[in-house]
Design a protein around this ligand. Structure first.
Ligand SMILES: Cc1cc2nc3c(=O)[nH]c(=O)nc-3n(C[C@H](O)[C@H](O)[C@H](O)COP(=O)(O)OP(=O)(O)OC[C@H]3O[C@@H](n4cnc5c(N)ncnc54)[C@H](O)[C@@H]3O)c2cc1C
Length: 408
């Protein structure tokens, strides 16, 4: 084993999805020296895969109170209300901040385009084109580079231990057995929920990025950090069952927001398509278990998502325009979603819980902060679509600022 030189930083950020990059920019902006260590390339992770959009109370008929109420109710009142409050209150400012670093949210005649997604009582979902997560990652990467934060790519965190007033982290650069240590006054854990790792261990599919493994979450729990709703996992209702090439791909909820409906094998609708995700996913599972599912050529069962309904409702060409990415993915796999329905079944998607945090994103271990999908208490036991990207920005920035404060 090679041991490379030590490094020091005021703030060590672990992971570089939306939460890690927001934290790094925020900590550097507060005057801290920042080192980001991340498993693969800067920005790789679940954030870049997000297509649907980000929620914030921006509509004329909307309020942060209403965003709070919808989020708290959809999470079955299991979230910490103070955390939900901050999430909802922080929405409009998070959008302004994202715009300031270069995210261009889609507008119609100058006004933000807002959609209503499952479980929301108002149109509250903003999009940056069709791949909001990828647009956020692009802008955040630029902001991290401009912030002066040092970035170690392809460098995994493998251990974390107390070190005087701060922390010493052991990281593994590349795959050659080398080790490096970083001493830091405070640490921000932003390594995601790790659900793909959990799903693979159980032989299940998931929508998650290959980097989504739970070792950092486990490390923090081993250090004594409190966790909450750890085993509450969200299923994305409309995972693709067929064609096989798209297994693990989830059709974004915007398909349902634009009018796609769900049908059993007899063509009957069986659920409000814009109910919260857990309700829709369970209704699909129940339909299949009751023998009302349709079968794919390989024998797997699902229900029909009537995607042609989108153009029937909004006019020809609407899908090709507003859902070009999904349309093209299916077209390449041999299905025209404007003419054919697609077979869907729920797929593992998101860890609702995680490390318990307070409103400053502090975990129960002093000097260790957490933000994004690795953290718990913001979504309770069911997350509303679009709230996770918002979470990464609101709590990522809070974590970075809090960590910088500790080291002063
Ligand atoms: C297909 C898909 C679609 C989605 N669509 C939406 C949507 O439309 N709206 C929405 O709000 N949410 C959506 N989500 C959820 C949302 O994207 C994620 O929950 C959120 O982006 C997580 O951000 P994060 O920064 O916490 O984690 P990630 O973006 O996953 O980043 C984690 C980072 O940690 C790094 N890492 C992991 N382990 C280590 C280690 N040991 N050492 C160092 N680094 C490590 C990873 O490489 C990565 O850089 C979607 C998720 C998926 C998978």
């Amino acid at each position: 084993m090679t041991s490379l030189s030590d490094a020091r930083a005021d703030v060590l950020v672990v992971g570089s999805g939306g939460a890690g990059m927001s934290a790094a920019v925020s900590a550097a902006g507060a005057g801290a020296s920042v080192l980001v260590t991340t498993k693969s390339a800067l920005g790789a992770g679940n954030t870049g895969k997000a297509q649907g959009g980000i929620q914030a109370a921006m509509g004329d008929d909307d309020s942060t109170e209403s965003h709070f109420e919808d989020t708290f109710a959809a999470g079955h009142h299991a979230a910490r209300p103070e955390l939900v409050r901050r999430l909802a209150d922080g929405g409009p400012e998070a959008i302004a901040w994202l715009e300031s670093i270069g995210v261009a949210f889609t507008r119609d005649e100058g006004r933000l385009r807002l959609l209503r997604c499952g479980g929301a009582t108002r149109k509250r979902l903003l999009q940056a084109g069709e791949r909001t997560g990828a647009e956020m990652v692009k802008a955040l990467r630029g902001a991290v580079r401009a912030s002066g934060a040092e970035v170690w790519e392809s460098t995994r965190l493998i251990d974390l231990a107390p070190d005087g007033d701060g922390w010493v982290a052991t990281v593994a650069p590349g795959g050659n057995g080398a080790r490096r240590t970083v001493r830091a006054g405070a640490v921000v854990l932003a390594a995601g929920g790790g659900l793909r790792g959990e799903a693979e261990a159980l032989g299940l599919g998931s929508t998650n990025h290959p980097d989504a493994t739970p070792e950092v979450l486990r490390l923090a729990l081993d250090l004594g950090a409190e966790g909450r709703e750890l085993d509450s996992w969200q299923q994305h209702p409309t995972g693709s069952v067929w064609p096989e090439a798209l297994s693990g791909y989830a059709l974004p909820e915007t398909t349902r927001a634009y009018g796609a409906t769900l049908h059993d094998a007899d063509g009957e609708r069986f659920v409000d398509e814009l109910a919260p995700r857990d309700v829709v996913a369970q209704a699909i599972i129940d339909a299949v278990e009751q023998g009302r599912g349709a079968l794919a050529p390989d024998g797997r069962a699902g229900v029909w998502l009537d995607t042609p309904a989108i153009d029937r409702e909004n006019g020809a060409g609407f899908t090709a325009d507003r859902l070009a990415y999904v349309h093209n993915r299916y077209r390449k796999a041999g299905i025209d979603i404007t003419r054919e329905r697609v077979l869907v079944y729920p797929v593992l998607h998101y860890r609702n819980g995680g490390l318990a945090i307070d409103e400053d994103a502090a975990t129960t271990v002093p000097g260790v902060f957490a933000a994004g999908e690795i953290a718990g208490g913001v979504h309770g036991s069911n997350r509303l679509m679009g709230n996770s990207l918002l979470d990464t920005v609101v709590y990522g920035r809070r974590a970075g600022a809090s960590a910088a404060r500790v080291t002063r």
